[in-house]
Design a protein around this ligand. Sequence first.
Ligand SMILES: Cc1cc2nc3c(=O)[nH]c(=O)nc-3n(C[C@H](O)[C@H](O)[C@H](O)COP(=O)(O)OP(=O)(O)OC[C@H]3O[C@@H](n4cnc5c(N)ncnc54)[C@H](O)[C@@H]3O)c2cc1C
Length: 302
Amino acid sequence: MTRSTHETHYLIAGASHAALAALHAIRLVDDERILTVIAKDDSLPYSPTVLPYVASGRSTPASVLLRDDRYFADHKVNFLRGRRVTAVSTTERVATLCDGTRIRFEKLLVATGARPVVPAIPGLADVGFHVLRTLEDATRLRDCLSGARHAVVLGGGLIGMHAAENLCKSGVRVTVIEMQAQVLPAYFDADAAALIERAFAEAGVALLTGSRVERIIAGTPEFSAEIAGGARSAGDLLLVGAGVVPVIDYLEGSDIAIDRGILADDVMPTSAANVWAAGDVAQARDFYGSAPVVGGILPDAV
Ligand SMILES: Cc1cc2nc3c(=O)[nH]c(=O)nc-3n(C[C@H](O)[C@H](O)[C@H](O)COP(=O)(O)OP(=O)(O)OC[C@H]3O[C@@H](n4cnc5c(N)ncnc54)[C@H](O)[C@@H]3O)c2cc1C
């Protein structure tokens, strides 16, 4: 195991939308000092927003990449991929990676995004369900699609609906089960949601809104999702799109203040000196309100 210590001026943890926007902004004003970007994913940066198209085969993994190696070379960036930050000491200004490497930094941007929430539904752990956040998730889902006939999607949010559209276009029968009275409750009012629901229904997607899944009953080849009240929806492919939470576990014990996400001010400094946070990991004021929120959308990240 490597235990070397490296020095960098700027360290960016994460290599997606927030990280790449920050990298670009830094290089506009400073093209000399050392800049290091670390990504857990062992791939070039990609946008999670297009993963449903990779899952359905309408896009290839190669076509959804946001930057290439040449970009990092041209911008004098050390891009370390396939490596996870496992701890941060803000007093020592050191980030430790999963292979034991230590990186001493002057300024740190935390942009490690979000990961899927897996709800505590009885029986869920007994079936091989999918989530959709990484390129690996998308290719795994794509590889299972040819044998699937009926997909059940838990959650009618951004990820669930985007995935449902693509599963449907792949020729799979799709049922979306959403707890709230409408789809996309975090983004649209009831009128707009009704237009979207109609378009999905016309495409053949079954939408069960106002429906809470109480348990999953495993079976071969089909499982069943049991809804409060006793109705059941059977399928042979289960996708969980029940929301996301910021990736902040590795900051435990640091002095970076955290509520639901990393608390950040308007220009994204955290409570710790020389540490900033941006993107789905951050909890900050958005464009419309004054209370700090975890945005979870691409424009906020950028
Ligand atoms: C299927 C899907 C559809 C979506 N559709 C839309 C949409 O239509 N519109 C919209 O606005 N938004 C959409 N979003 C949300 C959007 O993708 C996110 O808001 C955006 O990607 C957030 O960017 P980010 O840079 O904060 O983090 P992320 O994109 O989550 O990237 C996190 C980065 O951090 C890295 N990382 C994670 N943990 C570590 C670690 N410990 N150490 C080092 N690196 C780490 C990862 O490798 C990755 O590079 C969608 C998301 C999904 C999954």
